[in-house]
Design a protein around this ligand. Structure first.
Ligand code: ADP
Length: 227
């Protein structure tokens, strides 16, 4: 369960990113977070992995207030919440296999576990054939699929996606959307920040709409625009 309890975020230069935001997201939900640029979507995601801290309020993941975690506890939180981005953020000097394996190595997993899990994750994202390729040899859609494999390799409870299809053509966009649905069906909560009206309308799942740092709409089976 994700809980935001009256969370406000004011950046140091006094720009107000979030104002008294309260929400709850249950395990296995698929939630789209929509709203114009600057509405506070990225800030909300960053607060959940304690990359930013709220100015007021509490952010809880399964009852743990993530803002109170020590530097030593942070890696555990970040393993429970996978993240993908518009620009993929792959390690350019590592192959597909190594990019995914690295996330497990960083989590201190055993060599044998890694050798077992990475091929399984590559199977899920349909990239077994590209396992030895480097990121610059992949299409945008393939890069994002590597990023998804890396984000789910440590079996997180939540996958957060910040504009994951922002750089992709329609065919690749739909591939990524279907993959996010698959990850969700396998039991992971998905939180998708997007501008893409068509994706949100296709998903027909919960939509939380932010405007100028406030929730203006939260609908169980929402559309991008108010009907
Ligand atoms: P979105 O993801 O919806 O585009 P953001 O969360 O990135 O929105 O930004 C929300 C508001 O906070 C914007 O006004 C933005 O300029 C401001 N903001 C975001 N990050 C910072 C930062 N590091 N320092 C100052 N202001 C920021």
């Amino acid at each position: 369960m994700i809980t935001f309890d009256r969370v406000s975020k004011i950046y140091s230069d006094s720009s107000i990113a979030l104002q008294a935001v309260s929400l709850q997201i249950r395990p296995r939900e698929f939630v789209s977070l929509v709203g114009p640029s600057g509405a506070g979507k990225s800030t909300l995601l960053k607060l959940l992995i304690a990359e930013e801290f709220p100015s007021e309020g509490r952010v809880l993941l399964d009852g743990t207030d993530v803002t109170t975690l020590t530097v030593r506890e942070l890696p555990y939180l970040r393993r429970r919440v996978g993240m993908i981005f518009q620009d993929y953020k792959l390690l350019v000097g590592k192959t597909v296999y190594e990019n995914v394996a690295f996330a497990m190595e960083a989590a201190g997993r055993k060599e044998r576990e890694i050798a077992e899990s990475v091929p399984e994750a590559l199977e899920i994202v349909d990239l077994v054939d590209k396992r030895n390729n480097f990121p610059n040899e992949l299409s945008g859609g393939e890069k994002q699929r590597v990023a998804i494999a890396r984000a789910i390799i440590n079996q997180p409870d939540v996958l957060m996606a910040d504009e994951p299809t922002g750089n992709l053509d329609p065919a690749n966009t739909w591939e990524i959307v279907r993959l996010l649905e698959k990850v969700n069906e396998l039991g992971t909560t998905v939180l998708l920040a997007t501008h893409d009206r068509e994706i949100v309308n296709y998903l027909d799942r919960r939509v939380i709409s932010l405007e100028r740092g406030k929730i203006v709409r939260d609908e169980e089976k929402g559309k991008y625009d108010r009907a």
